[in-house]
Design a protein around this ligand. Sequence first.
Ligand code: AMP
Length: 534
Amino acid sequence: MLGAMQDWDLVVTHLIDHAAREHGPREHVTHWADGTETRATWASVRSDALKMVQALQALGIRKGDRVATLAMNHSRHLVSWYGAVGAGGVLHTINPRLFDDQLEYIANHAEDRVLLYDAAFQPIVDKMREKWTTIEHYVCYDPPAGFAGLGFEDWIGAYDGDTSWVAVDERDPCMLCYTSGTTGHPKGVLYEHRSTMLHAMAGVQPNSFDFDARSVMLPVVPMFHAASWGLPWAGAITGVKFVYSAVNDPAVLCELLEREGVTHSAGVPTVWLAMFQHCDATGTPLPKLQQAIIGGSAAPRFMIERLMKNGSRVAHAWGMTETSPIGTVGAPTPDWDSLSFEEQVEIVTRQGRPVFGVELRTVDLDDWTKELPRDGKTAGALQIRGPWIIKRYFKADEDAVTADGWFDTGDVGILHPDGTLQLTDRTKDVIKSGGEWISSVELENAACGHPKVAEAAAIGIPHPKWDERPVLFVVKKAGQDVTADEIMEHLTPLVAKWWLPDAVEFVDEIPHTATGKISKKDLRARFGDYRLEA
Ligand code: AMP
């Protein structure tokens, strides 16, 4: 027997229909790379997206075709999210910071047919055009004067928007994002309408991004990184006012936060750090937010403290491209109001609790069939499952999940009895010494707390007796001098004695991946010959 309720497929065009109907006049502000600003509304985003559907159809784009973007955050980019999926297409957001061989690989692997891009990325387009074998049409969002190609506003401006969204099934794909993995080629994660809708509905909840109709969101997290954490979809649900900046200049961001009455913002820790530095250097007060969302890598304690002291709720979130990306988000615990400030900060340094829709478990790093207790002390390989978690990479032959349906995140974490997740490392980076595990991340964080240290990275180096021992690579802050002994002295009260590195080496820089994370792979390659004595 079937239930007797209406059919209403979970397709993402419902989001923009709802936003235009119920929150039509709500604004979208864009600060462009040249300093000019434009304003759009949820209603105009919808009507422009419908024009784009017609424009794509005139180019021969059909259901399932990939439409790529190479762009920063702005309202035209948002129009093309809804326009690409509204045409039945699959939106592929390309990260302009990827290396050339990765850019070549992913556009060809995705078989992108159209590319919409920012004028700032014209040099990338010029360089890659010959190598991109499937892209037939190029459209520039903000063409400079005298531009010979197709400009976005002219392109969609030739149509009246009098059309409807292409019918799709809720299990059809709507978006493709590649992970910039540290090994091998990038891998594509193919989100579907249903997974995206469920993820968006989870995103607005008080325990997640905490959106309502008064929320004003400035997403610093780029629209090309993990679907901008799903914000462009989730914001449509409550009619959030969006404030976009196509430049990541902290002076511009701080000014926009203040002037546009921003209540919510989201970014990786380096973004918040840059804002702190700007405010300190100029004497500008740090803008007060209702909610500061930090994710992508661990939010340092001093950052959490400073934002909380400034009156902002800090939502420390964990996720990955493969998880759409929301996995866990920090929100007040039931006993929150009775906790001291220090205790609250302690909780926020952890990566939050799973939102409804995802399940987490940790398994033993030596025996992956053994599930670990949620005891707040045992670290294990973190696995996740749920309706917006990857099952199989794009075009892969095999599923990316265990036989019982769990995706292995590659992260190492501790689950606490109250459900909070505390990430301690990556499974490839955790250091095994004498049969016990040492967290490279905790060593790095402890080292970074030294006032003269700019950055630190720990890797396991083969050791004749202990299997592996940690070695710490340190970049000094400009103009500062510090010795290995001073670093060891600083670390001693902070970590277990047997975790202390066997050596501290000073380097000019630590290698990073295209998304700005420390590349342990490159570090290991560079110091592959490093040996420790017994
Ligand atoms: P990406 O798919 O590029 O977004 O990278 C996802 C990875 O970033 C995760 O598997 C984690 O290793 C790391 N990550 C994301 N959020 C956090 C966080 N809050 N704390 C520590 N690491 C994080």
